[in-house]
Write a protein that binds this ligand. Structure first.
Ligand SMILES: [Zn+2]
Ligand SMILES: [Zn+2]
Length: 286
């Protein structure tokens, strides 16, 4: 794609995010602040898009599962660092109880000019090392930190995943409950608009892969007696699929019934009522 085409694609995604947020704000006023906050985060991700330079073509001949590990994703550190600061600023001004942690991050990492690159590398290797000023602070919330850091890397991760997944159109991915690109668990399940076939969406790289209609992606259980779903009265085209064996659930959007203007990461957040209901019933998401 040329620079112009990429800019055009980003414009239309920004428009899509805005439409989805406008709809959700009207439909679910009780989560209005949350929707507007995430709208800003997701819009920033498309404004500060990533430039991926790594040549992944060596993966074309590979049949490994998963194809790469998290630490092998190419990160555009320049744009990721801008995003990191911008999302941090957003959290500081937000009402979503992330402001204290964002302030600690700003003072202990950004203002101190700590190496963003080494923080990211340790994060992707799964053994993040943070300064004592952060770890020793009881008000620091690691989940907020994870949210800010992951969302600053997401454009690089998603773009890399798109390149990598274009290599394995031929591969049979249907048996996996884990992402064939990076091995992470699914965040969402979808029924396609065309024929209702089921696919899963990765919670890390957002790759989408096909799966069987009746199976629990977390434990592979395919016994329909122990699988079920919960629908909610005012939630159209979306449900929570649960498994009685492993006590986990995943939200499923049926694109044949769901509204037109959607942005999946935002729908995932806005479907909080399902998470509340399923947690109440003793089910967990992954
Ligand atoms: Zn993935
Ligand atoms: Zn299960």
């Amino acid at each position: 794609m040329t620079g112009k085409e990429i800019a055009k694609e980003n414009d239309s995604i920004l428009e899509q995010i805005k439409k989805a947020a406008n709809f959700l704000e009207k439909e679910k006023p009780f989560i209005k602040e949350v929707v507007r906050f995430y709208e800003k985060v997701f819009s920033l991700q498309h404004e500060f898009d990533s430039d991926i330079t790594k040549d992944y073509s060596v993966l074309k001949s590979k049949k490994d599962f998963p194809l790469i590990s998290k630490k092998d994703f190419d990160i555009d550190f320049y744009n990721a660092e801008i995003l990191f600061e911008k999302i941090c600023d957003l959290c500081q001004g937000s009402e979503i109880q992330a402001d204290v942690t964002a302030k600690i991050i700003k003072e202990s990492i950004i203002d101190k000019e700590l190496s963003f690159k080494s923080i990211v590398q340790s994060y992707l290797e799964g053994n993040i090392s943070l300064p004592e000023a952060i770890l020793g602070n009881s008000e620091f919330n690691p989940q907020v930190f994870d949210f800010i850091l992951y969302n600053s890397l997401k454009p690089s991760i998603v773009k890399s995943s798109k390149i990598i997944s274009s290599y394995f159109k031929e591969m049979d991915q249907t048996e996996q409950g884990r992402c064939p690109v990076c091995g992470s668990a699914p965040a969402l399940s979808l029924f396609s608009k065309e024929n209702g076939s089921r696919s899963l969406v990765c919670n890390f790289c957002w790759h989408e892969w096909e799966t069987k209609r009746i199976v629990c992606p977390f434990c592979n259980n395919n016994d329909s007696k122990t699988l079920g779903y919960v629908a909610l009265d005012n939630e159209k085209g979306i449900r929570a699929d649960y498994c009685d064996k492993c006590k986990k659930y995943i939200k499923t959007i049926d694109l044949r019934e769901y509204r037109e203007d959607i942005y999946l990461p935002l729908e995932l957040i806005a479907s909080i009522p399902f998470d509340m209901k399923m947690n109440e019933e003793g089910f967990k998401s992954e």
